[in-house]
Design a protein around this ligand. Structure first.
Ligand code: DGL
Length: 260
């Protein structure tokens, strides 16, 4: 049975979902959270859909066994591959997923180009195509597949020459004079935001992501079900990682504490 005292489960293919978790902790400070990063099997974004599904199911089953009252699939790739099925498997559990923040980008746009950086798998999924379809006639939206970019975050590399080279080779070809917004469509990328902003220099390009929106939706769903803790207490965050490496756990807590 679900009750208010249970923690909220978070999952990602690795450390990226911590960019969503930090928003959730900020807006739901009384909650306890369990975060599971599947770094052993990362990246998800260059794997087949069926493989991503099975990996996601295994992580969620593990969290369910530990006992959770709600779930955030804090990974765009796992969301697009598996969230619908998860909802049918765990019908009583409030489940939120994350998808590239295309809607907020379009709504606040001034007519310029919108780039969506995401994993190749997110971009290949039907869910993403349906999302783009809704806005096709309202904005010039261009997808930028960023295979390999999440690994910088997994390795704790947030700046440096290699990252510049990555941006130069994989992002710059898409940037036009009228590019106005870049959507960070993978939960690892917000940790690269400071360096990306620096790399972009004085180009007037906004960077946006869906982490706050996703956390707000999670809070709303918990509240509707009477599962939100609103008492005066400070909750806990427990981080688990399939790599079995203490260094990954330590890096996770560091990421969570990074100013943003
Ligand atoms: N953090 C994941 C996402 O939001 C993907 C990283 C990966 O490729 O595993 O899409």
């Amino acid at each position: 049975m679900m009750n208010k005292e249970l923690p909220i489960g978070f999952m990602d293919s690795g450390l990226g979902g911590l960019s969503v978790l930090r928003e959730a902790v900020r807006i739901m400070p009384a909650e306890d959270f369990i975060y599971f990063g599947d770094s052993l099997h990362a990246p998800y974004g260059t794997k087949e859909q069926s493989v991503i599904r099975d990996l996601t199911f295994a992580v969620v089953e593990n969290l369910m066994k530990q006992g959770i009252k709600g779930l955030a699939v804090a990974c765009n790739t796992a969301t697009s591959a598996a969230v619908r099925l998860l909802r049918s498997m765990y019908q009583d559990l409030p489940i939120v997923g994350i998808e590239p923040a295309v809607k907020p980008a379009v709504v606040s746009s001034h007519g310029g180009r919108i780039l969506v950086m995401a994993t190749p798998m997110t971009i290949a999924q039907e869910k993403y195509h349906l999302l783009l379809e809704q806005y096709r006639d309202q904005a010039d939206i261009v997808s930028v597949p960023c295979g390999g970019l999440m690994e910088f975050v997994e390795r704790g590399k947030f700046d440096g020459e290699q990252l510049d080279t990555y941006f130069r080779e994989n992002l710059m070809p898409y940037i036009t004079d009228d590019t106005e917004t870049i959507v960070l469509g993978c939960t690892h990328y917000p940790f690269l935001r400071p360096h990306l902003q620096e790399f972009l220099g004085d180009r007037p390009i906004r960077l946006i992501d869906g982490s706050l929106g996703t956390s707000m939706e999670l809070k709303r769903r918990l509240k509707v079900k009477g599962l939100l803790r609103e008492e005066n207490r400070t909750g806990t965050v427990t981080i688990q990682n399939s790599s079995g490496s203490q260094a990954m756990i330590d890096r996770s807590y560091e990421l969570l504490a990074m100013p943003f």
